[in-house]
Design a protein around this ligand. Sequence first.
Ligand code: M6R
Length: 607
Amino acid sequence: MCGIVGYVGKKVAQDVLVGGLRRLEYRGYDSAGIATLDDNNDAHLARAVGKISSLSAVLEKEPQTGHLGIGHTRWATHGGVTETNAHPHHVGNVYLVHNGIIENYKELKAELQKTYTFASDTDTEVLAALIDSNYTKDSSLKDAVAKALKRVRGTYGIAVFSPKEPGTIVVARLGSPLIIGLGKDETLIASDASALLGYTREAIYLNDGELAVCTKDGAEVYSLELKHLNSKKETIEGDLAQIQKGGYDHFLLKEIMEQATTLHNTLYGRIDPKAGKMHLGGPNLTEKEMRDIHHVVIVGCGTAYYAGLLASYYMEQLVPDLTTEVVIASEYRYRSFHLPKDSVALIVSQSGETADTLACLREIKKRGVKTLGIVNVVGSTIAREVDGGTYVHAGPEISVASTKAFTAQVVAMLLFAGMLAEYHGGDPKLVAEFTRELAILPEEIEKTLNANRETMEKLAKKYAEYDHALYLGRDTAFPIALEGALKLKEISYIHSEGYASGELKHGPIALIDNRFFEVFTILDNWLFDKACGGLHEVRARGGKTIVLTNSKADIEADDIVRIESKIELLAPILLNTLQQLFAYYVAVDRGNDVDQPRNLAKSVTVE
Ligand code: M6R
C-alpha cells in the first residue's frame, strides 16, 4: 500500500526520494509525490497521478535541488485518485506524508475548518492542519507533532518537515511501519527496508507510540510524552540483487523460478533426512509446552490463509491428537472466539504488516494464548509482536501476487508440525517420509518448473481469452485449487473460483458452459478415483478441462500436464508451481501489469 521515504544529508534529496519510491512501487499505489527544502529554506512540492514516471516527468521540468525531503506513493483510501489528494500535503508551515488512516478526521476537520481551508478530501491534510495549529511561536515541530498525535484516533506512519526548522524531519508511528536508516552524514526514512538497501545497513525500527527527530547526524527517539528513549540499532538484511529482476521480464516470473533457492533457505539447518527429523528453533517452546499443545489455530489472509489451510491437512496427518482450525483474519478479529488454554496460534504473513492479521494477533494475545509468527519480512510488526516463531526466509517478494512465500509458509508450518509430532506420538516413519521429501523438494521444484515452463506458456495462450475458470481439487489439492484461482484472478482478471471438487454437484456444476474452463489438480493417492469423479462430471457436461497431476494413470481431459517426481506427499506444492506459471503467462498474454495488478497492494496495512 502507501509508501514513505525521507532523506536528510548531503545528496540531492530528489534523487534519493525518487529512487526510494521506485523501490516501493511494488507495494501498489495510484499517485506519488515529493516535497523538498532547498538551501534558501524554500520548500518545493511535486505530485502526479499514476506511476513514478509521471512524477519524474514533472520533476524533469522543475528539478528540486534541496538536500532534505519527504516522498510518498499513495493508495487511495479517503478521496479519489487526484493530484490534490496525493501526498505530501502542505498546510501552513507543515509538509507531511502519511500512511494509515485517521479515523476521527471528520470531527477534527469540522473543528479546523474555522481556521483552515482544505484543498483535498484526505484525512492526511487534516492531520497536517492539526500539526500546524499546534506549531506555535514557542513550540518546536517535535512538540507540535506530539501534541497533534495525542488527539488522533487511527493508525499512522508519518514524516514531517517545516521550512521553519531546516535540517530536521520528524517521524512517528502507530500501526504503520517506519524505519530510520543511519548513514554517514545522512539519515534516511522509509516505510519498508527495501528502500534503504544500498545506502546503509544500520537502522532504527520505530515502535508504535514513538516519535523521532531526524537530522543528517542521526535520530533521537521520544515517546509522545516527549520522554527521551534509548533506541536500539538493528541491521537491515538482504541485498540489492534480491530486489532486482535478475534478467527476468517480471518480478513474478523471477520469484516463481527462484523457488528452489529460496526453499533451500527456508529449510537450511532445519531438517535431518538421515535421522528423519525436523527442527525449528524459533518457536522457543520447552518440551512441556510442546507436549501441552492440543489445538492449533492458523490465521492469515489471501495466500497466507491458503498456505495455512494446506499446512493444516499435513498437521492433522502428522500429529494424531491435534485439533487444527484455519481462520481468515478479517473475520476472526471481530468474532467472539474462544481458544482453549492448550492452544497455540500461528500468525501467517509474508509482509508481517497485514492489518487484519495483526489485529488477530493482538486479540489472541489478549486471551492469553501463545502466538508464533510464520513471517517473511524481517523486523516487520507481526514478527516483533509475536511470542516466538520463525522467519520463512523466502527473501524479498516484490510482485504483488504471492508465490515463493506460499511455498515457504507451507514448508515452515510443516516443519513445526514435524516437531510437534515427536511430542504427540506421531508416526516416526511418516515424519521421516515427509523429511525425505522436504530434502529433495527444492530440486524437484526446479525440475518441474524447467520441464513445464513452455508447456504452461502454450496452455496459457490457449485459455487466455476465457471469461471464467473453476479450480478444483480434493484433500490436499483443495487448498491448491483455492490458491490457483486466487493467483489467476488477481493478475489475469479472469473470474476464477476454487472449490473442493466434492462440492461440484452442490452448486458450481450449474455454471459450466463454453465461457468456462476447469482446472483439476489430481493427486496420485488413495482419493484418485474420487478426484477423477468430479472431472467426469464436468466433461459429461461439455466442460473444457485442464488436469495437473503426478499420476501416470489414464485420465481423459482436454489438456493434461503430468509431472514426474519422486515426491508424493508434497506433490500439491509442486503442482501449485505450475498453476503459478499458468497464471503468469495468461496475465502476460492479456497484456496486464503482472507485477502490480490493478487495485491491489502488496501489503494491506489498512482494514
Ligand atoms: O503479507 P501477507 O502474507 O499478510 O498478505 C496476505 C494477503 O494480502 C496476500 O497473500 C494476497 O492475497 C496476495 N496478493 C496473494 O497473491
